[in-house]
Design a binder for this molecule. Structure first.
Ligand code: NAG
Length: 574
């Protein structure tokens, strides 16, 4: 082609072969051990630690009686966050260490915000003693309360009082979790007891939950009665569709329900972004493979085409009660190809589909359609405030502005999160200009509203990174993506951090994969498409079919590496 006179730089952004080297888990440790050194350092905890390590669990042991520098102070919360599960060994003198109590507060905080598991182990104390603060726990708190009274400095006094309140709450909370009590279990035999703990850890570490965004305001209500449907013990097989426009939170609801319930089933699988994956070469087969591998718990089945896949799936689904979520479906054939006929499903199996297309479902055998409602005004303001101000209501002077922005978000959680994050920490001027832009956008044009967040990204570098990720790297490992893009001269780490800050990107906590809400990804691709609607060759990025079409027209030398899961994902044409 004559157009090839224009100098063409091809930059291959990614090849799957690197995938094999990436690590699966973002957790640095399996277990974080919190304990009172004075009580159990040389005895119980030491044995537990050894048993955990011997069972192959990476274990972080924190000893409150060791002197620490500031450095470690900062490291500890990180270690807790990066541990799959925290074991808190509650012993006689646990409460007499403020170090232990502070650590417990951090552990429970991580439990709330990141969903890390907590396993309390009651070593020669009863849960009720901890909960009601009796015995040695009572004594320790008497001392703290005296300290508060005797503190002359008002500020320090308030601070200490606040800490004491936090510790009490933490003890109540931890005692309410399902824990293990030495006296009741294994007849008080420590070594048997330790074996049990190791088993419990093993079960928890193997489970694979999905990461969801924090601040799930009103989610129970928004999930309707799907949760009770999943929990009913009937043998009915059922398919429920969660419907609604982009950004309303369908995927979040589906993940939330999945996390709450997958353990009730013999097998479970969450197939993300079905629409997108099935458009890729071999996409349906990949979905089938994932489904099988999830349900057969990691056993790899060789599938070479979709027909063969369906046969295997039929075999696997026929004899197990499963929970399967198909996220973002837009064609009936995606359903057919992945799941086949509903009458294959074993009794009690449940299927959840999320889709933007309500019409789609008429044609298929869906039992119930659940339409996700928009958030109402108070919920909207609360969600928005978490993202804009880090608390559940606007800070002083911003109430009016916040209410106006919230009004334009139409009760869509995604818009509230994205606009909230992009206005966070900004001056009134910036808020006013954002409002002006919002006012000019016709109702219902959600993509345009979201684009305000893209426009407000600090520099071109972040914008480009966002577009690259939207076009090529959604679903890819974060560290791997950083390696590739850093090689192209990006400052990817900081950029990714900025995008996460703006809610334009998330990183799966357990699998370390990059993830964008579908609508945010669509927005990126739309921005690229609009660079040249008629001539794909003039766009800054090409993906999937169009990339191949353009390449076919050009006389350029292409070297690409192939792998089973993906061929070539990205090219930059300058
Ligand atoms: C907190 O930990 C408990 C016990 O491990 C777990 O059941 C619960 O799901 C965790 N909380 C969250 C929000 O994940």
């Amino acid at each position: 082609m004559t157009r090839s006179v224009r100098s063409v730089h091809l930059r291959f952004l990614s090849f799957v072969c690197a995938m094999a080297t990436t690590s699966g888990s973002p957790f640095a440790y399996h277990v974080f051990l919190s304990f009172r050194g004075e009580d159990t350092r040389k005895t119980f905890t030491d044995h537990l630690y050894t048993a955990l390590v011997q069972a192959g669990f990476q274990t972080f042991r924190d000893d409150d009686s060791i002197e620490r520098g500031k450095y470690l102070n900062l490291e500890l919360p990180k270690a807790i966050e990066q541990s799959r599960i925290s074991i808190v060994v509650l012993s006689e003198n646990y409460a007499s260490s403020t170090w232990c109590l502070d650590e417990l507060v951090t552990i429970l905080e991580c439990n709330r915000t990141h969903g890390n598991d907590v396993l309390p182990v009651f070593h020669d104390v009863e849960p009720s003693e901890v909960r009601k603060r009796e015995g040695s726990f009572e004594k320790a708190f008497e001392r703290y309360e005296n300290e508060v009274e005797e503190e002359d400095d008002h500020e320090r006094r308030m601070e200490l009082a606040k800490r004491v309140v936090g510790w009490k709450a933490a003890l109540r909370q931890v005692a309410a979790l399902t824990g293990m009590v030495l006296k009741n279990q294994a007849d008080g035999h420590e070594s048997k007891f330790i074996k049990k703990i190791v088993n419990v850890v093993g079960d928890k570490v193997k489970r694979t939950e999905l990461s969801v965004a924090p601040h799930l305001i009103g989610i129970d209500l928004r999930a309707g009665n799907i949760n009770s449907w999943l929990r009913d013990e009937s043998n009915d097989v059922g398919i429920v569709a969660i419907c609604g426009i982009g950004g309303i939170g369908k995927t979040t609801i589906a993940k939330y329900l999945y996390n709450l319930n997958f353990e009730r089933f013999e097998g479970s699988s969450f197939l993300a972004s079905v629409r997108e994956v099935s458009e890729q070469p071999d996409g349906l087969v990949r979905l089938q493979r994932q489904l099988l591998s999830d349900i057969l718990k990691g056993k790899k089945e060789k599938i070479y085409n979709a027909d063969q896949g369906i046969v295997r799936i039929k075999e696997a689904l026929r004899c197990r009660k499963v929970l399967v979520v198909l996220d973002d479906v837009d064609q009936v054939d995606q359903l057919d190809a992945v799941l086949g006929m509903p009458d294959w499903l074993y009794s009690g199996s449940k299927i959840i589909i999320t889709t933007r297309r309500k019409q789609l479902l008429k044609a298929s055998e869906v039992d119930t359609v659940h339409e996700v409602a928009r958030m109402h005004r108070t919920e909207s303001l609360e969600l928005f405030s978490w993202y804009a101000f880090g608390q559940d209501h606007p800070i002083e002077g911003y109430m009016d502005y916040s209410k106006r922005v919230v009004h334009y978000c139409d009760g869509l959680p995604l818009a509230l999160q994205v606009l909230g994050s992009s206005l966070s920490g900004k001056s009134i001027d910036v808020w006013e200009s954002a409002l002006e832009k919002l006012e000019a956008i016709p109702e219902g044009e959600i993509l345009k509203k979201l684009k305000i967040s893209y426009d407000s990204l600090q520099d071109d570098h972040d914008k480009n990174l966002y577009l690259d990720i939207a076009c090529f790297f959604v679903g890819k490992d974060k560290d791997w993506t950083i390696t590739i893009l850093d090689g192209c001269g990006f400052f990817t780490k900081i950029g990714i951090h900025n995008l996460i800050d703006r809610c334009l990107l998330r990183v799966g906590q357990r699998d370390n994969k990059l993830w964008m809400p579908h609508l945010i990804q669509d927005m990126g691709r739309e921005i690229v498409r609009l660079e040249s609607t008629k001539e794909p060759g003039k766009r800054s990025r090409l993906w999937q079919k169009e990339a191949f079409n353009v390449l076919r027209e050009k006389t350029v030398r292409i070297i690409y590496l192939m792998s089973t899961s993906m061929v070539l994902v990205g090219i930059c044409l300058n």
